[in-house]
Design a protein around this ligand. Structure first.
Ligand SMILES: [Cu+2]
Length: 120
């Protein structure tokens, strides 16, 4: 019984951290996920559902980088620990790659940017 109570307590703690909801999905050409996050320390999960590799970068609205993942390959997932002050942020992919015709493919410009409001 004591073990069951410990398990239930763990579940309550795990659910109350918000870890499940702070998940962002990357694909061509969008970043989808919550539009509001709590201020303070948080863990953001990034899941790449696209065919291409992507990154997940958290910046303030004026472009200051708060946290950045490495390359997230197609089908892969990663987490980022962030500490956020209240205010507007942008979650985006910052890859710029050359396409088959020699032009540049800027993932941010193609739509992989998502505005988030961090609130107390
Ligand atoms: Cu990308």
């Amino acid at each position: 019984m004591r073990r069951l109570a410990a398990c239930l307590l763990f579940l309550v703690v795990a659910c109350s951290t918000g870890a499940v909801s702070d998940r962002y999905f990357l694909d061509e050409w969008a970043v989808d996920g919550p539009e509001r996050l709590p201020a303070g320390t948080d863990t953001i999960t990034a899941e790449n559902n696209g065919e291409w590799s992507h990154t997940l970068v958290v910046t303030t609205e004026d472009g200051h980088v708060v946290a950045a993942s490495g390359l997230i390959e197609s089908g892969a997932m990663t987490t980022l620990d962030v500490s956020l002050e209240p205010g507007p942020y942008v979650i985006s992919c910052r890859i710029v790659a050359q396409d088959d015709e020699g032009g540049l493919s800027d993932h941010y410009e193609r739509g992989m940017n998502h505005r988030v409001m961090v609130e107390t």
